[in-house]
Design a protein around this ligand. Sequence first.
Ligand SMILES: [Zn+2]
Length: 342
Amino acid sequence: MGIGYVLCSAAGLLLLLLPPSRPQAPTGNVGPQWRDDEVHFNRTLDSILVPRVVGSRGHQQVREYLVQSLNGLGFQTEVDEFKQRVPVFGELTFANVVGTINPQAQNFLALSCHYDSKYFPNDPGFVGATDSAVPCAILLNTAKTLSGYLQKEFRNRNDVGLMLIFFDGEEAFKDWTEADSVYGSKHLASKLARTRSGSQTAGQVRQGPRNIDRIEVLVLLDLIGARNPQFSSFYENTHGLHSALVQIEKSLRSAGKLEGKNNMFLSRASGGLVDDDHRPFLDENVPVLHVVATPFPEVWHTPRDNAANLHWPSIRNFNRIFRNFVYEYLIRHTAPVDLRFH
Ligand SMILES: [Zn+2]
């Protein structure tokens, strides 16, 4: 995560709503069938919560764990591997891990986070619990708790697929700059912008849209797991989606399904932007829903960003809200959702 927290012009509150609901999917449905699976969450987090600087043994192990987990959850999994020279280490091998359900679909909802941990010369034990082990575990837990839907009713939908992206090399090796940061997302965005979906039938090649233009929205989770996080809306074109998170949190709270009293999703536009893995996607006009805690967790980029300082009620609440958001997006989707700036 970059410390580039810069002022932007006041964002208007343009409400861009989700597609209209199907008759059988009432608004505010907070799917009581989507139960927590804390055993899965804890096991997943344990496997990711190790030092995992790019090129290290822990990094390789976590990468393999992500591939196995995605395969086990019924995703088609690809590893986007590449080599690049970086400060301090010289040439490193990076690998984004991407899992997809319904890869043939016209468009995608993409959920993402980064799985590398930051290199600190004086702290080889840094595990980056909020940055971003917990977000990675949340993505896998979302897929696990929704698997009854994702593996059955959702499968073979052609209008929308689900993509889980685990970016590599988000962290700077030396100091955060445009060049020394978000290595994996730069590589993946450029690859998706260079390739197209296409079908070949009877010798005729039909060129489809660029793959990056098939992403309806990139949801990026970062810096999650500390006590009582606050999430604001960062981009006008996804403000409607942020509002859906606000509404789902309210519904779950009034149904008695959340712990504590603090709302984490705030109905307000952020006063600034946070530089992160979404930058190369923004540059390609991909709509971004940036779910990052501001202010940053107190433990950010310190040795205290570890398991002992995680706040479990906040994590459980986040999981409940987020899985309902993903379910609602997919079940209410009937036609392409175009939130791009034109
Ligand atoms: Zn970081």
